[in-house]
Ligand binder design. Structure first.
Ligand SMILES: Nc1nc2c(ncn2[C@@H]2O[C@H](COP(=O)(O)OP(=O)(O)OP(=O)(O)O)[C@@H](O)[C@H]2O)c(=O)[nH]1
Ligand SMILES: [Mg+2]
Length: 550
């Protein structure tokens, strides 16, 4: 915001602007207020010192990669195998077993942090794997643990489970189903060896295993960490930054070394168990909160220029429609810890607010709710901003009409969203009737099978699409208008009309443009700015913060 500190030019519409914005918060006095009369001459746009930042050539921009949704499979690490080893020392011909246990696999943690604004880092990785535990070694050396994975997401992310594969839960379920049948249980666990469960001594001959007696296969081991896992199916709303990471999937336990199988009959067991396989869970991450403030406006209204004026964003600016094709995120720093903050406010949690995140959303055109222009995708982003700033170009025709067109689209989109949510609730479950009365032996561990012998509710886990997230209706969000391009000549009458309209709306003498009953009822203002000159924009932070903390 360096450009705001130079000699300030009194703003154009002083006669029209209300004396105070009735602001609900204290604005800190500026440190270096000059007592010198400020020069009244406005330099032409091209010669302003910050012109390069606010009026850049279309080729000068930084590309922001943005994603508000990601589906990732998170795989906890498998355990390392137990070791088959015996003590070897001088004069000890056949030493006792001393194979170490395998190390447990790495776990997957999640943490919501402030500062991240997008899920693009996760969106381009479909699979995240924690490290596998190392195998045990001789001399009773246990294997080391696998490496953990920490997934950092922006505060305001919703995590929902799509499907899961938990080998331990599946095995326990199989055992439970087979408990009644002694015969099967015996044949499974005693007298034979399951190649996938045991590690064998490399120096022994295959013929030895044909005759060897194996102990019952130990039950799958669960790590203590598993107790801290969220109950399936995972559904988390990480709306606040978290101090500590939260466990999503615990790593599996390592296998047992051969000393665990020493008995009076078999003093030198030549087998150990393999590590458990790690679980994997597929989750969908979605940003519920995109930004504190979102810019809503027609194409070419000057939204990206306004974002540049308020933050250090390098959003692309061009004199044509749809310059912006993906939301640009910017951060307006209220307190850079180098002096008095620009606006002194505390969040509801008591923590001081040091910044506001801003989303410059691509332009909306009439019938955007029917997916015209860049349509529905961007209306979705509007839903995710806490406060809406309608950016209206004063030089592009009637401002009141433009505001009404934008609100009409938002209103129609809200109606459509309501209908969509109802339809999704109806079609979420498919009923399937089992043939005859035959007892199915299929396992019920993947959550797809609800009841046996009756109507079975099937949710195909692979193709399950999650319902849309419930969002606050757009019309209930606090909003205000930023009337931009006020430097253009003969725009004062347009601004005066807009302001009169907003006053009438606040008083309730005209209908709300969204035509919704539950629309936000607060004081409506229009802030005239010239984003390209960086003038008038300093009133936006205080007003936004007032609305955010209301
Ligand atoms: N005179 C004047 N021109 C402006 C102002 N703000 C933006 N412009 C110009 O308006 C044009 C469009 O600006 P953008 O910031 O790209 O507009 P946008 O709303 O982001 O456009 P889309 O991304 O296409 O939706 C550019 O040529 C800007 O230089 C302003 O305050 N005054
Ligand atoms: Mg733009």
């Amino acid at each position: 915001m360096a450009h705001l500190q130079g000699p300030r030019i009194p703003f154009l519409y002083l006669c029209l602007a209300p004396p105070r914005l009735g602001r609900p918060l204290r604005l800190c006095s500026r440190r270096h207020q000059s007592t010198e009369p400020t020069p009244q001459v406005q330099p032409p746009i091209g010669t302003l010192s910050h012109a390069s930042h606010l009026s850049p050539p279309p080729t000068d921009y930084g590309r922001t990669i943005f994603a508000d949704k990601a589906t990732v499979t998170l795989s906890a690490g498998s355990g390392g195998h137990g070791c088959v080893s015996f003590l070897r020392e001088k004069y000890i011909e056949a030493g006792p077993a001393n194979g170490g246990d395998g190390g447990s696999g790495g776990s997957i943690y999640i943490q919501a942090v402030r500062g991240e604004t997008s899920l693009h880092k996760l969106a381009r990785r479909s699979h995240l794997r924690a490290g596998r535990g190392k195998n045990g070694q001789g001399k009773s050396k246990g294997g080391t643990r696998g490496e953990d994975v920490l997934v950092q997401v922006p505060a305001g992310t919703v995590v929902r489970e799509v499907s899961r594969h938990d080998p331990i839960a599946e095995e326990e379920e199989t055992r439970r189903l087979e408990e009644g049948s002694e015969e099967i249980a015996n044949s499974e666990t005693r007298g034979t060896w399951r190649r996938d469960k045991w590690v064998l001594y490399p120096a022994s001959m295959p013929s030895e295993y044909a005759t060897a007696e194996f102990p019952p296969l130990p039950r799958p081991r669960k790590s203590n960490l598993m107790m801290a896992q969220p109950e399936p199916p995972i559904a988390l709303d990480l709306s606040e930054p978290m101090e500590k990471p939260m466990l999503l999937a615990a790593g599996a336990m390592g296998g047992l070394g051969n000393p665990h199988f020493v008995t009076s009959a078999n003093r030198r067991p030549k087998f150990a168990t393999r590590g458990e396989a790690g679980m994997s869970v597929t989750v969908e991450l979605e940003l519920k909160l995109l930004a504190d403030m979102g810019f809503v406006g027609m194409p070419n209204a000057g939204k990206s220029t306004l974002l540049r004026a308020l933050s250090r964003s390098r959003a692309r600016v061009g004199d044509w429609a749809f310059t912006t094709l993906q939301p640009n995120m910017g951060t307006l720093v209220l307190d850079n810890s180098r002096g008095r903050p620009q606006v002194q406010v505390n969040r509801a949690s008591g923590e001081p607010r040091t910044q506001i995140s801003i989303a410059d959303i691509p332009g909306l055109i009439p019938d955007a709710h029917l997916d015209k222009g860049l349509g529905l995708g961007f209306l979705r982003h509007v839903e995710r901003a806490q406060v809406l700033a309608f950016v209206i170009d004063l030089s592009a025709g009637d401002a009141v009409e433009a505001l009404n067109t934008l609100w009409k689209e938002l209103g129609e989109f809200e109606t459509l969203r309501g209908m969509e949510t109802n339809m999704q609730t109806e079609t979420r479950v498919v009923e399937w009737k089992a043939f005859g009365n035959s007892t199915s032996s299929a396992s019920a561990c993947d959550g797809t099978l609800a009841k046996r012998d009756e109507n079975i509710i099937i949710e195909p886990s692979g193709s399950k699409s999650l319902s849309a997230l419930p969002m606050a209706p757009i019309s209930s969000k606090p909003w205000f208008v930023v009337a931009t391009k006020a430097d253009v000549e003969d725009t004062q009458a347009n601004f005066a009309k807009l302001q009169a309209y907003l006053t009438a709306l606040t008083r309730g003498t005209v209908d709300h443009p969204s035509k919704k009953k539950n629309s936000w009822k607060g004081r409506l203002v229009a802030i005239p700015v010239s984003a390209i000159r960086g003038e008038g924009v300093e009133r936006i932070p205080e007003w936004t913060v007032g609305l955010l903390d209301d």
